[in-house]
Design a protein. Structure first.
Length: 132
């Protein structure tokens, strides 16, 4: 979320609804994981009215791995090369107040709910391993 906090905003918070507060838990092996529900709310509180272009939330997941790959060039020496894998494996965006024009928001508390399923199973595993 791109957000510039000004004097009029007294609260900005993202709260996840989960058994362990603000923690996302995925269970099972990558091949067997059923996925999990990501659910929460964006909280904003304004002390006075403000003009806002938009309110949106972007959630994304990345798979990042780095390792050293060694190859035997001759029986006398090893050649090592750093390898990296970095790929976005999930993305979801919510537009609570779309960007079409300026919106006037009055003083008060605002709550914007969001919800999506983080997929499990072989979809994410194959998506990540296909590019390694």
């Amino acid at each position: 979320m791109s957000f510039r906090r000004g004097a009029a905003c007294s609260l900005f918070d993202i709260r996840l609804e989960s058994p362990v507060p603000d923690v996302i838990v995925l269970t099972g092996t990558p091949e067997e994981s059923p996925g999990t529900l990501l659910k929460g709310k964006v909280l904003l509180s304004f002390q006075e009215g403000v003009s806002i272009n938009r309110i949106s939330l972007r959630f994304y997941g990345r798979a990042k791995v780095s390792w050293i790959r060694s190859t035997d060039i001759t029986h006398m020496s090893l050649h090592s090369k750093s390898q990296k894998f970095d790929q976005e494996i999930f993305e979801r965006e919510w537009n609570f107040l779309p960007f079409d024009s300026k919106h006037r928001v009055g003083a008060g508390n605002y709550e914007y709910n969001f919800e999506t399923v983080l997929p499990g199973g072989e979809e994410n595993v194959s998506k990540a391993s296909a590019n390694m």
